[in-house]
Design a protein around this ligand. Structure first.
Ligand SMILES: [Ca+2]
Ligand SMILES: [Ca+2]
Ligand SMILES: [Ca+2]
Ligand SMILES: [Ca+2]
Length: 369
Protein backbone atom coordinates (compact mmCIF):
# COMPACT_ATOMS: atom_id res chain seq x y z
CA UNK A 1 0.00 0.00 0.00
CA UNK A 2 0.98 3.55 -0.29
CA UNK A 3 1.53 4.80 3.21
CA UNK A 4 2.01 8.32 1.92
CA UNK A 5 -1.72 8.88 1.88
CA UNK A 6 -1.69 8.56 5.65
CA UNK A 7 1.20 10.92 6.10
CA UNK A 8 -0.27 14.33 5.62
CA UNK A 9 2.05 16.94 4.18
CA UNK A 10 3.34 18.82 7.17
CA UNK A 11 3.52 22.48 6.42
CA UNK A 12 4.14 23.48 9.97
CA UNK A 13 7.12 22.16 11.85
CA UNK A 14 6.12 23.89 15.03
CA UNK A 15 2.49 23.11 14.85
CA UNK A 16 1.82 24.37 18.35
CA UNK A 17 4.01 27.43 18.18
CA UNK A 18 2.47 28.61 14.96
CA UNK A 19 -1.09 27.44 15.23
CA UNK A 20 -2.28 30.87 16.39
CA UNK A 21 -0.76 32.50 13.34
CA UNK A 22 -2.29 30.21 10.74
CA UNK A 23 -4.84 32.72 9.60
CA UNK A 24 -2.02 34.85 8.28
CA UNK A 25 -0.96 32.08 5.92
CA UNK A 26 -2.55 32.32 2.53
CA UNK A 27 -2.00 30.16 -0.46
CA UNK A 28 0.05 31.95 -3.01
CA UNK A 29 -1.37 32.78 -6.38
CA UNK A 30 1.83 32.10 -8.33
CA UNK A 31 2.70 28.43 -8.89
CA UNK A 32 5.56 27.01 -6.78
CA UNK A 33 9.05 27.02 -8.30
CA UNK A 34 10.72 23.92 -9.70
CA UNK A 35 11.93 21.77 -6.81
CA UNK A 36 15.18 20.65 -8.37
CA UNK A 37 16.10 24.20 -9.35
CA UNK A 38 15.42 25.44 -5.81
CA UNK A 39 17.37 22.53 -4.35
CA UNK A 40 20.40 23.28 -6.52
CA UNK A 41 20.41 26.87 -5.21
CA UNK A 42 19.88 25.76 -1.62
CA UNK A 43 22.71 23.25 -1.82
CA UNK A 44 25.11 26.02 -2.87
CA UNK A 45 23.83 28.30 -0.08
CA UNK A 46 24.27 25.60 2.55
CA UNK A 47 27.73 24.56 1.34
CA UNK A 48 28.85 28.18 1.25
CA UNK A 49 27.64 28.64 4.80
CA UNK A 50 29.49 25.54 5.98
CA UNK A 51 32.68 26.76 4.31
CA UNK A 52 32.51 30.22 5.86
CA UNK A 53 31.27 29.49 9.39
CA UNK A 54 32.65 27.78 12.47
CA UNK A 55 31.21 26.80 15.82
CA UNK A 56 32.61 27.29 19.32
CA UNK A 57 34.41 23.92 19.38
CA UNK A 58 36.95 25.24 21.87
CA UNK A 59 34.23 25.27 24.53
CA UNK A 60 33.59 21.53 24.25
CA UNK A 61 35.80 18.76 25.63
CA UNK A 62 36.15 16.31 22.73
CA UNK A 63 38.67 14.22 24.68
CA UNK A 64 35.89 13.20 27.06
CA UNK A 65 32.37 13.32 25.64
CA UNK A 66 30.85 12.61 29.04
CA UNK A 67 32.69 15.40 30.88
CA UNK A 68 29.88 17.02 32.93
CA UNK A 69 31.03 20.42 31.68
CA UNK A 70 29.89 19.34 28.21
CA UNK A 71 26.30 19.12 29.44
CA UNK A 72 26.38 22.91 29.86
CA UNK A 73 27.66 23.48 26.33
CA UNK A 74 25.57 25.65 24.03
CA UNK A 75 26.56 25.57 20.40
CA UNK A 76 27.11 28.95 18.74
CA UNK A 77 27.65 29.40 15.00
CA UNK A 78 29.68 32.35 13.76
CA UNK A 79 31.23 33.79 10.61
CA UNK A 80 34.93 33.21 10.03
CA UNK A 81 36.36 36.69 9.58
CA UNK A 82 39.39 38.86 10.19
CA UNK A 83 36.95 41.46 11.54
CA UNK A 84 36.35 39.39 14.65
CA UNK A 85 39.76 37.70 14.70
CA UNK A 86 38.37 34.29 13.77
CA UNK A 87 40.19 33.87 10.45
CA UNK A 88 42.03 30.77 11.73
CA UNK A 89 38.99 28.87 12.93
CA UNK A 90 38.09 25.54 11.38
CA UNK A 91 35.12 25.79 9.00
CA UNK A 92 32.29 23.34 9.64
CA UNK A 93 32.73 21.76 6.20
CA UNK A 94 36.08 20.34 7.40
CA UNK A 95 34.25 17.87 9.63
CA UNK A 96 32.89 15.99 6.61
CA UNK A 97 34.09 12.41 6.12
CA UNK A 98 35.32 11.89 9.66
CA UNK A 99 36.10 8.29 10.63
CA UNK A 100 33.43 6.47 12.61
CA UNK A 101 33.18 7.70 16.16
CA UNK A 102 35.21 10.88 15.59
CA UNK A 103 33.62 14.14 16.77
CA UNK A 104 32.82 16.80 15.86
CA UNK A 105 31.54 15.40 12.60
CA UNK A 106 29.46 16.61 9.68
CA UNK A 107 27.35 13.86 8.16
CA UNK A 108 25.31 13.95 4.98
CA UNK A 109 22.09 11.94 5.07
CA UNK A 110 20.31 11.44 1.77
CA UNK A 111 16.60 12.06 2.23
CA UNK A 112 14.26 11.46 -0.71
CA UNK A 113 11.21 13.68 -1.03
CA UNK A 114 9.17 14.40 -4.15
CA UNK A 115 11.57 12.19 -6.17
CA UNK A 116 14.57 14.33 -5.28
CA UNK A 117 17.51 12.97 -3.29
CA UNK A 118 18.32 15.81 -0.90
CA UNK A 119 21.50 16.26 1.11
CA UNK A 120 20.61 16.80 4.74
CA UNK A 121 23.70 18.09 6.56
CA UNK A 122 23.98 17.14 10.22
CA UNK A 123 26.70 18.62 12.44
CA UNK A 124 27.14 16.41 15.46
CA UNK A 125 29.06 17.74 18.41
CA UNK A 126 27.83 14.85 20.51
CA UNK A 127 25.52 12.14 19.24
CA UNK A 128 23.95 11.56 22.66
CA UNK A 129 24.53 8.81 25.19
CA UNK A 130 20.91 7.75 25.75
CA UNK A 131 18.24 6.02 23.68
CA UNK A 132 17.77 5.79 19.93
CA UNK A 133 14.89 7.80 18.51
CA UNK A 134 12.46 6.39 15.95
CA UNK A 135 10.72 8.43 13.25
CA UNK A 136 7.45 7.26 14.88
CA UNK A 137 8.33 8.68 18.29
CA UNK A 138 7.70 12.01 19.89
CA UNK A 139 10.93 13.79 20.84
CA UNK A 140 11.68 16.61 23.25
CA UNK A 141 14.47 19.09 22.67
CA UNK A 142 15.57 22.64 22.99
CA UNK A 143 16.23 24.32 19.68
CA UNK A 144 16.84 27.50 17.83
CA UNK A 145 15.65 27.71 14.24
CA UNK A 146 17.41 30.19 11.96
CA UNK A 147 17.64 31.07 8.31
CA UNK A 148 20.95 31.49 6.49
CA UNK A 149 21.53 35.08 7.67
CA UNK A 150 21.34 33.88 11.26
CA UNK A 151 18.02 35.47 12.17
CA UNK A 152 15.96 33.32 14.50
CA UNK A 153 12.42 32.44 13.42
CA UNK A 154 11.56 30.18 16.32
CA UNK A 155 13.16 28.83 19.45
CA UNK A 156 12.48 26.85 22.58
CA UNK A 157 15.00 27.49 25.31
CA UNK A 158 13.75 25.07 27.93
CA UNK A 159 12.07 21.70 27.77
CA UNK A 160 9.64 22.63 30.54
CA UNK A 161 8.05 25.27 28.35
CA UNK A 162 7.66 22.99 25.37
CA UNK A 163 5.85 19.95 24.17
CA UNK A 164 7.47 16.87 22.68
CA UNK A 165 7.15 16.97 18.91
CA UNK A 166 5.42 14.05 17.22
CA UNK A 167 7.85 13.37 14.40
CA UNK A 168 5.55 11.69 11.88
CA UNK A 169 2.15 13.11 11.09
CA UNK A 170 -0.58 10.47 10.70
CA UNK A 171 -4.17 11.43 10.02
CA UNK A 172 -5.09 14.44 12.12
CA UNK A 173 -2.03 14.10 14.34
CA UNK A 174 0.57 16.79 13.60
CA UNK A 175 4.12 16.15 12.65
CA UNK A 176 7.29 17.92 11.65
CA UNK A 177 8.95 18.64 8.33
CA UNK A 178 10.99 15.80 6.83
CA UNK A 179 14.38 17.44 7.34
CA UNK A 180 13.72 17.88 11.02
CA UNK A 181 12.42 14.34 11.52
CA UNK A 182 15.27 12.72 9.58
CA UNK A 183 17.83 14.85 11.41
CA UNK A 184 16.50 14.25 14.92
CA UNK A 185 16.63 10.47 14.56
CA UNK A 186 20.38 10.69 13.96
CA UNK A 187 20.81 11.78 17.58
CA UNK A 188 20.21 10.00 20.86
CA UNK A 189 18.57 11.19 24.05
CA UNK A 190 20.06 12.19 27.37
CA UNK A 191 20.95 9.57 29.95
CA UNK A 192 19.31 11.38 32.83
CA UNK A 193 18.39 14.69 34.34
CA UNK A 194 18.67 16.65 37.54
CA UNK A 195 15.97 18.90 38.91
CA UNK A 196 17.62 22.16 39.83
CA UNK A 197 15.08 23.13 42.47
CA UNK A 198 13.89 26.23 40.66
CA UNK A 199 11.65 24.34 38.28
CA UNK A 200 14.34 23.99 35.65
CA UNK A 201 15.99 20.72 34.73
CA UNK A 202 19.58 19.95 33.73
CA UNK A 203 20.15 17.10 31.30
CA UNK A 204 23.12 14.78 31.00
CA UNK A 205 24.59 13.14 27.94
CA UNK A 206 22.06 14.60 25.49
CA UNK A 207 22.64 14.89 21.75
CA UNK A 208 24.02 18.24 20.57
CA UNK A 209 24.24 19.50 17.01
CA UNK A 210 22.81 21.39 14.07
CA UNK A 211 20.61 20.24 11.18
CA UNK A 212 21.09 22.16 7.92
CA UNK A 213 18.19 21.45 5.58
CA UNK A 214 17.27 22.61 2.07
CA UNK A 215 13.81 24.12 1.77
CA UNK A 216 12.53 21.02 -0.05
CA UNK A 217 12.84 19.21 3.29
CA UNK A 218 11.40 22.23 5.08
CA UNK A 219 8.61 24.57 4.11
CA UNK A 220 9.53 25.18 0.46
CA UNK A 221 7.01 27.67 -1.00
CA UNK A 222 4.75 27.81 2.08
CA UNK A 223 6.62 28.98 5.16
CA UNK A 224 4.36 29.21 8.22
CA UNK A 225 5.68 32.60 9.26
CA UNK A 226 6.78 35.75 7.48
CA UNK A 227 10.12 35.40 9.28
CA UNK A 228 11.03 32.60 6.86
CA UNK A 229 11.38 33.60 3.20
CA UNK A 230 9.99 31.23 0.59
CA UNK A 231 12.48 28.55 -0.56
CA UNK A 232 14.80 29.25 2.36
CA UNK A 233 17.12 26.62 3.84
CA UNK A 234 16.52 26.13 7.56
CA UNK A 235 19.09 25.52 10.29
CA UNK A 236 18.17 23.96 13.63
CA UNK A 237 20.60 24.19 16.54
CA UNK A 238 19.51 21.43 18.91
CA UNK A 239 19.87 19.69 22.22
CA UNK A 240 17.92 16.46 22.00
CA UNK A 241 16.90 15.27 25.45
CA UNK A 242 14.18 12.64 25.42
CA UNK A 243 11.86 10.48 23.38
CA UNK A 244 8.39 9.18 24.15
CA UNK A 245 6.09 6.60 22.64
CA UNK A 246 3.28 7.33 20.24
CA UNK A 247 0.40 4.92 19.63
CA UNK A 248 -1.39 6.07 16.49
CA UNK A 249 -3.88 3.19 16.43
CA UNK A 250 -4.40 3.20 20.23
CA UNK A 251 -3.89 -0.56 20.38
CA UNK A 252 -1.54 -0.35 23.37
CA UNK A 253 1.60 -1.26 21.42
CA UNK A 254 3.93 1.74 20.91
CA UNK A 255 4.19 2.74 17.25
CA UNK A 256 7.94 2.26 17.01
CA UNK A 257 7.60 -1.36 18.16
CA UNK A 258 5.04 -1.90 15.38
CA UNK A 259 7.40 -0.63 12.73
CA UNK A 260 10.69 -2.41 13.27
CA UNK A 261 12.37 -1.61 9.94
CA UNK A 262 11.77 2.11 10.31
CA UNK A 263 11.04 2.89 6.67
CA UNK A 264 7.88 4.01 4.92
CA UNK A 265 8.54 2.48 1.52
CA UNK A 266 7.92 -1.23 2.04
CA UNK A 267 4.82 -3.14 3.00
CA UNK A 268 6.58 -5.66 5.20
CA UNK A 269 5.08 -4.39 8.44
CA UNK A 270 1.52 -5.32 7.49
CA UNK A 271 1.06 -8.65 9.26
CA UNK A 272 -2.47 -9.42 8.06
CA UNK A 273 -2.03 -7.93 4.61
CA UNK A 274 -5.11 -5.70 4.86
CA UNK A 275 -3.09 -2.73 3.55
CA UNK A 276 -3.01 -1.03 6.94
CA UNK A 277 0.52 -1.32 8.30
CA UNK A 278 0.68 -2.44 11.90
CA UNK A 279 1.15 0.95 13.51
CA UNK A 280 -2.16 2.13 12.04
CA UNK A 281 -3.99 -1.21 12.39
CA UNK A 282 -5.94 -1.93 15.58
CA UNK A 283 -6.30 -5.66 14.75
CA UNK A 284 -2.86 -6.49 13.43
CA UNK A 285 -3.37 -10.18 12.72
CA UNK A 286 -6.93 -9.78 11.44
CA UNK A 287 -8.33 -12.47 13.75
CA UNK A 288 -11.26 -10.34 14.87
CA UNK A 289 -9.75 -9.71 18.31
CA UNK A 290 -8.43 -6.21 18.77
CA UNK A 291 -4.71 -5.98 19.46
CA UNK A 292 -5.55 -4.06 22.64
CA UNK A 293 -7.36 -7.20 23.87
CA UNK A 294 -4.44 -9.48 22.94
CA UNK A 295 -1.90 -7.53 24.99
CA UNK A 296 -1.96 -6.63 28.66
CA UNK A 297 -1.85 -2.92 29.51
CA UNK A 298 -0.93 -2.35 33.13
CA UNK A 299 -1.17 0.70 35.40
CA UNK A 300 0.50 1.39 38.73
CA UNK A 301 -0.49 4.34 40.90
CA UNK A 302 1.64 3.42 43.89
CA UNK A 303 4.52 1.27 45.03
CA UNK A 304 2.25 -0.90 47.19
CA UNK A 305 2.04 1.58 50.04
CA UNK A 306 2.33 5.15 48.81
CA UNK A 307 1.37 6.92 45.62
CA UNK A 308 4.02 8.14 43.20
CA UNK A 309 4.54 11.81 44.04
CA UNK A 310 7.23 12.44 41.41
CA UNK A 311 7.98 11.14 37.95
CA UNK A 312 11.25 9.82 39.34
CA UNK A 313 9.34 7.73 41.94
CA UNK A 314 7.38 6.02 39.19
CA UNK A 315 10.50 5.55 37.07
CA UNK A 316 12.38 4.02 39.99
CA UNK A 317 9.49 1.65 40.70
CA UNK A 318 9.55 0.45 37.10
CA UNK A 319 13.30 -0.05 37.15
CA UNK A 320 13.18 -2.06 40.37
CA UNK A 321 9.98 -4.06 39.93
CA UNK A 322 9.05 -4.53 36.29
CA UNK A 323 8.90 -8.08 35.04
CA UNK A 324 11.59 -8.93 32.48
CA UNK A 325 9.01 -8.90 29.66
CA UNK A 326 7.24 -5.76 30.90
CA UNK A 327 7.65 -2.85 28.50
CA UNK A 328 7.77 0.75 29.74
CA UNK A 329 5.06 2.84 28.06
CA UNK A 330 4.81 6.18 29.84
CA UNK A 331 4.44 8.01 33.12
CA UNK A 332 1.36 10.17 33.25
CA UNK A 333 0.93 13.25 35.44
CA UNK A 334 -2.45 13.17 37.15
CA UNK A 335 -4.52 16.23 38.04
CA UNK A 336 -4.07 15.59 41.77
CA UNK A 337 -0.30 15.91 41.47
CA UNK A 338 0.45 12.18 41.55
CA UNK A 339 1.86 10.05 38.75
CA UNK A 340 0.72 6.82 37.11
CA UNK A 341 3.08 4.32 35.52
CA UNK A 342 1.81 2.57 32.38
CA UNK A 343 3.43 -0.64 31.18
CA UNK A 344 2.70 -3.36 28.65
CA UNK A 345 3.07 -7.11 28.55
CA UNK A 346 2.85 -8.82 25.17
CA UNK A 347 1.88 -12.48 25.56
CA UNK A 348 3.51 -14.75 23.03
CA UNK A 349 3.20 -18.36 21.93
CA UNK A 350 5.82 -20.65 20.44
CA UNK A 351 5.19 -21.32 16.75
CA UNK A 352 7.63 -23.65 15.00
CA UNK A 353 10.22 -22.94 17.67
CA UNK A 354 9.82 -19.15 17.40
CA UNK A 355 8.11 -16.99 20.00
CA UNK A 356 5.35 -15.04 18.22
CA UNK A 357 3.23 -12.37 19.93
CA UNK A 358 -0.42 -13.44 20.11
CA UNK A 359 -1.49 -10.15 18.55
CA UNK A 360 0.47 -11.08 15.44
CA UNK A 361 -0.81 -14.67 15.36
CA UNK A 362 -4.34 -15.17 14.00
CA UNK A 363 -4.39 -18.75 15.32
CA UNK A 364 -4.46 -17.40 18.89
CA UNK A 365 -7.56 -15.42 19.81
CA UNK A 366 -7.34 -15.31 23.59
CA UNK A 367 -8.77 -12.08 24.93
CA UNK A 368 -7.08 -10.63 27.99
CA UNK A 369 -8.64 -8.48 30.67
CA1 LIG B 1 -2.65 -4.71 8.73
CA1 LIG C 1 -1.36 -2.08 15.55
CA1 LIG D 1 -5.98 -9.60 16.65
CA1 LIG E 1 -4.18 -13.16 17.67
Amino acid sequence: MNLRKFLIPTLSLFFIAFSCKDDETEFESTPPRDRQEVYDENEVEIQTYLETHFFNYEDFDFTDNTNPANDEFTLVLDLISTDNGTQDRTPIIDYLNQADGVYPRLDIKIVTENDIDYNLYILKVREGEGDNISTLDAAAMTYSGTIVDGSVFDSQVSIESGQPFILTGVGSVGGVVAGFREGIVEFKTSTGYTENGDGSVGYQGHGIGVIFMPSGLGYFSLPPTADIPQYSPLFFNLKVVSRSNTDYDSDGVPSHLEHPDGDFTEDDDDTDGDSFVNFIDSDDDGDGVLTSDEVQQKEYEDDGTSQFMTKADAQAYYTANAASDEIFIRIEAELDGTYTLHTLIVPATMVNGVSLPNYLNSAITTELE
